[in-house]
Design a protein around this ligand. Structure first.
Ligand code: ZN
Length: 467
């Protein structure tokens, strides 16, 4: 599944978590209000749901970036190296099996070689857009004009993908391919049939226009009947979701409810509520409704029961940081990283807190955390931006400019990348690895003829590359 499209797509990717707030307060709202969300917990659950299906299709799951898109639309797409799942689809899926069914159908389009759509995706993948990262970082991003512009760009991007349609024949083939993939993966196709069945009469309804997915994936009763016959043939037809998978699905939905519709989630909250997902949603909703103390109280109660849950520590740290209690955020964030050392987003949260503490030792440690995260996600623009801030604070001007050049480059702003990489080169030690990296950024950021001549004169590039 590797392709040139994949590498350019990944390059455009950078970190992000529940970004709904940024969208609702920024100019991006006018452009549909869709954005990419990053959340370590939800990404892990989606990955568990999708991996067996990808493997059945001969796709290396590690080569696929799973994107969580914040949108009410019921939508999903799969392209080379990328799979997108809309939050609307997650909220409407009653079970992991239904969600896996839709994923199976989308991967079925890929497996059936419906390449028009993936071709469109490759073209769209060339466009820079912003994935941001934790709610804790909203403050930093909200004031950033280029971030808002990039978000607006991403709305158009996903709008384009959502609108890419297939023929009815292609839909039928994707159903069959999807059912076959589910069967090879040992998963029942019942959820796929049920999910589509729920929407079969949709075209008759007024609100059909709200469901772009079914405009691009037309459903007919005949199609459902063929699908039904096919999935019933599978030896796994009666296989049901494990209790663990069902519980994770509920946690994922609860988290999204708390972040995206807190005023609705809060209605279910009272001291009598016992189940974990609802209490989790209540804590998040309180946080979203700017009641940090109430939120922390609820999280502390959950932590008594699950002291080793990294996501609860992450959430606690995030709330404390966001409500200007960075010193208190440090311990919970350290705990989340200790429990899940391979999760770059948790490390970035910790790094952000450490560099906000006016203590040189902590700032240095924060820089180490951000750099570690960037070895796993080198295109995470939020981490680059924080790193630039940290270097600036400690007077490492050359490194600060280099980090800003990286940030701009991954954001797709080659003009800014060029300016900052040129400045970085003037400040960094000649021939050091950082200086060489700055030179690379200059060369890939549409330098002018004069820039190239300067580089050639100092011997950084050979004259031949001027042509
Ligand atoms: Zn389809």
């Amino acid at each position: 599944m590797t392709s040139p499209a994949r590498s350019s797509f990944r390059k455009a990717l950078v970190g992000l978590t529940a970004l709904s707030i940024l969208v609702s307060s920024g100019p991006a709202r006018a452009a549909e209000g869709e954005t990419l969300l990053r959340d370590t917990e939800i990404e892990a659950i989606l990955r568990k749901d999708a991996e067996p299906i990808m493997k059945a299709a001969g796709i290396d799951p590690k080569a696929v970036q799973i994107l969580l898109i914040g949108s009410k639309d019921l939508n999903a797409f799969a392209g080379p190296g990328t799979m997108g799942v809309f939050t609307g689809l997650i909220m409407e899926s009653k079970t992991p099996n239904e969600l896996q069914g839709v994923i199976g159908h989308e991967v079925g389009h890929l497996a059936a070689g419906h390449s028009a759509r993936s071709g469109e995706m490759s073209a769209a993948g060339m466009r820079p857009f912003l994935l941001t990262m934790g709610l804790s970082l909203l403050a930093a991003l909200a004031g950033s004009g280029e971030a808002a512009a990039a978000l607006a760009g991403s709305s158009t991007y996903f709008g384009t993908l959502g609108a890419l349609g297939y023929s009815r024949e292609q839909e039928g083939r994707a159903d069959m391919a999807g059912a076959a993939l589910l069967q090879s993966a040992g998963i029942s196709g019942r959820g796929l049939r049920d999910f589509f069945q729920n929407f079969v009469f949709l075209e008759a309804f007024q609100n059909a226009k709200d469901y772009a997915y079914f405009r691009s994936h037309p459903i007919s009763q005949a199609r459902i009947s063929s699908l039904d016959a096919r999935v019933q043939k599978s030896p796994y037809y009666d296989k049901v979701d494990t209790p663990e998978a069902l519980a994770e699905h509920e946690i994922m939905k609860a988290k999204l409810r708390g972040f995206m519709t807190p005023t609705i989630a809060i209605v279910k909250c009272s001291d009598k509520v016992q189940d974990y997902p609802t209490r989790y949603a209540c804590a998040i909703a309180q946080y979203q409704m700017k009641e940090p103390d109430k939120a922390i109280r609820l999280i502390d109660a959950l932590l008594v029961e699950q002291p080793d849950n990294p996501y609860l520590w992450e959430l606690k740290g995030q709330i404390l940081f966001e409500f200007a209690r960075a010193a208190e955020a440090e311990a919970p964030q350290r705990r989340s990283v200790a429990l899940m050392p391979d999760a770059p987003l948790l490390r970035i949260n910790l790094g952000q807190t450490l560099i906000a503490l006016s203590d040189r030792k902590k700032i240095d440690e924060g820089i180490v955390e951000l750099r570690k995260a960037l070895t796993q996600e080198q295109d995470n623009v939020v981490a680059w931006r924080l790193l630039a801030q940290a270097y600036d604070t400690i007077g490492e001007d050359g490194l600060a400019r280099l980090a800003t050049a990286e940030y701009s480059s991954y954001l797709g702003d080659s003009r800014q990348a060029l300016v900052f990489a040129m400045r970085a080169r003037e400040m960094l030690t000649k021939d050091s690895p950082e200086w060489r990296r700055a030179t690379d950024i200059v060369l890939t950021s549409k330098p002018s003829k004069e820039d190239l001549q300067d580089l050639a004169r100092e011997g950084s590039i050979r004259r031949g590359s001027l042509n």
